[in-house]
Write a protein that binds this ligand. Sequence first.
Ligand SMILES: [Zn+2]
Length: 485
Amino acid sequence: MRILVAGMNHETHTFLPNITPLSQFSTAYNGDVIKLSRGVNTSMGGFIDVLEESGAEVLPVLMSYGGVSGTVAESAYSFLKEEILSGIERHAGQFDGVLLALHGAMVSESVQSTETDLVHAVRAQIGPGVPLMVALDLHGNLDPAILDTGCGLFGYHESPHTDAADTGRRAARTMLRVLNRGLVPYASMTKPGLVIPSVFSATGISPARDIMDRVRYWMTQPGVIDVSFFFGFAWSDVRQLGASAVAVATDQNLAQRITADLSQLAWSLRKPLTEGHEIYSVAEGVSLAIRRAGQSSKPVILLDHSDRLNDTTFVLHELIRQGAQKACHPLLCDPEAALLCQKAGAGSTVRLSVGSKSSAVAGGPVEVGARVLWVGEKTYVGTGPMTHGKEIDLGLTAVVQAEGVWLQITSEMHSLIDTDPITEFGANPNDFAIIVTKSKTHFRAVYEEVGQEIIIVDAPAYSPVDLSAFTYVNAPRSLYPFTIT
Ligand SMILES: [Zn+2]
């Protein structure tokens, strides 16, 4: 048995100022797809795992990752699409099924759901009889038209995405059951009409946990092949914006019943799913963190969930203004400031105007005197539950002491989701009273344990909970919470 595998992955924030070029995508071809994915926590890693274990032959085409940023250049999407289609063409007649590893929220300049467009193109090329399974991120904004292709959809169940490889395994196992045992899957999708900020999609915490508990319940029922709930990606102005429930079952009616049930549950939780609770302004949150840090033995985690470009300065300004001590602010992206530190050298004192280089709404640079503790190019292999085995490149990086803040300035964009960015520089999370992260949910796999508590602040700029900050043109106004603003 031979299975063709391919994929592309980008989470597109359509309100960000810059277009994402092809050069931002890191793309592996042919045998390198297997080499770079084997044993790694990605959907593709899960495909490879199950297929190799079953003795199936894997025909890899390409796998491309673009991260999280602004709308994808049309030329970049067209290129990736054509590369995938021409790879399928090269293997024409040689494969029994196709597995795709996609995101679900990748938007190009002219295609609002690149995944739907790609899956339709793949189906047109492979013909109606070849099974097609697609693994997706839990934050996909799914277009129901993707199911017109007869594909099966499989979404992550966890945010933090510790189960990306498991999701690939679920899709690959279903593929094997279809091919080996004649299983006939039917898929259904229902959209509850909700736009959910990512910070409320943490699946370990209610209300997201309640939805995933119901997903797991349905997974155990007879006739059910797979169930997913996609929380969607709120900062994307697309027709298909919003959450989706998806079921794959041996019976169409059963699949529809499941997605209707999940959709109804999500709708009943619409207020906590879109508003959360205990969200502070930056000034209040920093002040609370300083007070609480004085009473606890573990660091307080300050979550600035709204940043998307890892360079907004609202929290850093406030930490310095309020005189926070033993504060740790990792992964502030500012290549210019890192270069300035490199020129000055470790041990020297520099005057920095740091952060907020991405746009005029990023909070403004922080002017501060700082001592350079470490500076140099930095790469390492991740050890956290989401990053293990992945090579992480921070680029030219400086660690400085800026008043009471241990500030790490990088040249590449990353969010703090595990302890590596701290421990790789000889520090320990427990050295600090306050640790800032700009992750949305992924940091929880590690920092719920490392931290005493998590204080969420809603800064302005790129992804605030308050969606009225943006003008949506393509997304339906009937979606909740738009209907109440
Ligand atoms: Zn995600």
